[in-house]
Ligand binder design. Sequence first.
Ligand SMILES: [Zn+2]
Length: 330
Amino acid sequence: MRHQSLHFFFFLALFMFLIMPKTSYCWGFWGHKRINRIAVFTLPSEMLGFYKKHIEYITNHAVDPDKRRYAVKEEGARHFIDIDHYGKYPFDSLPELWKNAKTKYTEDTLQAYGINPWYIETMLYRLTSAFKEGNAINILRYSADLGHYVADAHVPLHTAENYNGQLTNQYGIHGLWESRIPELSGEQYDYFVGKARYIERPINEAWGFIKVSHAEVDSVLLMEEVLNSETPEDKKYSIEQKGNSSAKVYSTEYAKEYNDRLNNMAERKMRAAILAVGSFWYTAWVNAGQPDLDKIELKMSAEELKAAQKEEEKTLKKENLNFKEKGHIE
Ligand SMILES: [Zn+2]
């Protein structure tokens, strides 16, 4: 009996491990790419030329931080903050500034429960430096990364310990909200979000995203709980064919009904994320002294860039593999 239950847990762990990479991508690959891409069009004319020229890079590399999660141990904490860990009034308990938060709670604790808003600030700083140096590849890299983390701050479930409904028997809700819904209806979203604006206090702005997102966690969970109780199992899921394999997914009807009950929350959040990403890029550029981007050349030819990307992907794959071989299960 004991032996059997050990077997069961082994297979459960293996199963979780196998499905984790699919369910833990924030915003899904589709959403992140779309957010970075559309954010380009919020920029002022002085920035637009450069960003448009490299829009494929900005788009495709929007998901690098998620790819890195399996290769770099420190990466995971940058995508979320489980704010409810910090008591009943977490925003009063947890200092907004990294230095003060670290003194109060220790860095280990902060890393364990996520560092997203502080990492947004770090990336803004790096992007600002890249602008000052006129370093084209770093401008692109950090813009793509910063866009990712700002977008993550707009996902309600990235601010809660119950991030995938695992504490309330709603396992999978993470992917339903941030991947399934945008993938089903994202093409029809209204992407006219206005112009990027200058952010006076970036760290307060980042905390603002988290506060808004966290206030939405209750409805995200509650609406699904109610819908689930009203929906027979065979209507909740469907089997979808992808290439040679088939996967059990939330049915289109279920996802759409959930989205209606949330009053298109995913679209609203995606629009807010796009404007925020553009505004952070713009702020970095202004803080760097508004350098002339037309003079900044990417000193790599298209072939070199392609080769560098291929190399990067290969390394990621290799590291990913090593990581698996070491038996890490997160
Ligand atoms: Zn992420």
